[in-house]
Design a protein around this ligand. Sequence first.
Ligand SMILES: [Fe+2]
Length: 569
Amino acid sequence: MLLAPLFPVGAGLLTDPFLQLPTANSVRVVWFTEFAGRESFVQYGSNLDQTTIAQTTQLSRMREDQRSRVDNQEEDGQVYTQPTDRPIWRHEAEVQGLTPSQRIPYRVGSMRDNGRMEWSGRYTLAAVPAPGQPLKILLTSDHQLMPMTPANLQKVTETIEPIDAVFLAGDLVNIPDRASEWFDDNRGGAFFPSLQGRANRLLEQNGVGTRYRGGKILQSAPLFPALGNHEVMGRFSTELPLNEQYNDPVPIENAVALYAKIAAQINPGNDPAIAQTWIKNHSFNSDTYEEIFSLPNTSPGGEKYYAITLGDVRLISLDACNTWRVPSLEPNARGRYRERDVDLSDANKWGYGQHIFEPIAPGSPQYSWLEAELNRPEFQQAKYKIVMFHHPPHSLGDNVVPPYTNPTQIIDRFPDGQIKSVRYEYPIGRDYLLRDLMPLLEKAGVQLVFYGHSHLWNRFDSPGGMHFLESSNVGNTYGAFLGETRRSIPIGFQPNYVPSGDPGGLTAIVPSISALLDENGKPQPYIASNEITVFSILDTATGLVSSYRFDARQPEGDVVRFDEFQIVR
Ligand SMILES: [Fe+2]
C-alpha cells in the first residue's frame, strides 16, 4: 500500500535536499520522493539560473511493517500487518564548477508524471572548505528517533550558527530498512526531519509538553556518518517483523558456508551479484545506509569506511560495530553470553553472540587500509587528525562491555554428545580497539577519537595526550557505571567484564567548565540523562571542542556550555 507522505511543508518531496561528498569544485545534492517522476534537477547560482539533472534510483530495501509509526498507524498492526515494500526514490545531482569557499543558493525540483513540479525551499551549497577556513562541526551520534533528539538539534542551531559540517558516529535510526524512521515517522522525530528543521516532536517533561522542530542543518552542511549497529539489518525475510530481522544477523562465514553447499542449485550461472545478494540476505547488510548516503568509495569496504579532508580536518571514519545482544543469562536468552536452551539442537537459530560485522583486527582489509591511510600526507599534514567510529574504546557506559572482540564459542556436551550449553567469551586481552587500534592511532598522532553507542557524554585522555569523546547523550541515555553503579555482567568473569569504570583503564575527565553534581555534591565526570541532552562542537578556528547541555525540563532555560578542551597534542 502506498501512503501519502507526512511532510508538512513543500508537501511533494519526502525530504529536503542535503549535501554529500564535497570536492574542491563540486558537491552532490540528494533528496527523496515517493514517485519516480519524469525528471529531477538542482537549480543553482545567484538567480538559480543554472541547472543540473539528477540521477534517480529506487531504494532497494525500504519497507514498513506492523511496528512502523507512519500515516494512520499509531499502534502495532493498524495499517501494516506484515513487512510491505515501500517505493521510495532517491535523486542525486552533482553541482560542478564551484569556487572554493563560495556559498551559492540552490533549490531542487522533481516533476511528477502528470507534469506537476514539486520544489524544495532555497538553501545554499558550497564546495569543500579550503584549508584555513574556520569551521564549526557538530559532533553527534545515536539519534535513533529518541525523545530528546529533535530538542537537541533545535538547540544546536539556536546556539551555533551556521553549522558547517556534521560528524555522526553511527546509529542514525533504529531499524534501517523501515522507511518511516528515515523520512516520516508520525511521532515527528524521524532522521531527516530532525536534521532538517522539519521535526514535530512533542517532548513531555514534568507534565509539561513542548514541541521541537529539530535543526535546519543538512540542507547546507555536508553529513559524514560512521556505520553503527543500527545501520545493519540481519537475515532477510518477507514475513518476519522488521525488528526481528534487524535482530537476526549471523556471521558472514555461516552464510558463505551455506551458500557453497547450494550454489549449484540457486546460482548455476555463477553470477557474482546473485551470490552476493544471497549471502547478504542470509547474514547481514547495510545496503540502506549505503544507498542513502554518498560517501567516499575507495576503501576495500566501499562506503563502510572512508577518509575525507574538510578544511583543516582529516577525518577517518571506520566501521567498528557489532551486533547488540542482551546480557541476560536466563535459559530463554539468545544473548551475548549464551544461546537459548530451546535452540541448542538447531544451530540455524543461534545468534552467535555479539559478533563483529566488519573485521578490524591486524591483517584485516580495514586495518591494512587504515595503516596506509594514517601514513598518507593528507593525514600526516592535516592540522586536525580525527578518527570516528561507533563502538567505544573507552567509556563509563554499558556497551563498552563485553570487550570488542569476536566471541569465542564454547559448547558443553553431555556424555552422549548432546549439547548441554552454548556459551560465548570475550577476553579483554583480545579487544581489537584497545589492543590493536588505539596504539596505531596514538602512534600516528591522532588528536581526537570520537564515538558513540552507549548514549552518554564522557571523555578521556590517553597518557600520550590523545583525546577521546563520546557525545551520545542526544536523545536518551543507557546509563553511566562508576563506583557502586554496576553493569549487568556474568558473575565470576570480572577480569574480562568490568562492572564499573572504564575497562580500558582511563579516568573519565570532569567537565572543565561546569560539571553536574552527583547526590553527594561531587562533580560528575559524565552526563547520562533522559532529561538533559548534550551536543559537542569542534571549532577549527581555535581547535576547541566545546560541549553544551540543555535541560529539557526547563524548556525556556539556557543552553549551558559545560566543557571545553583543545585537540592538540
Ligand atoms: Fe549502537
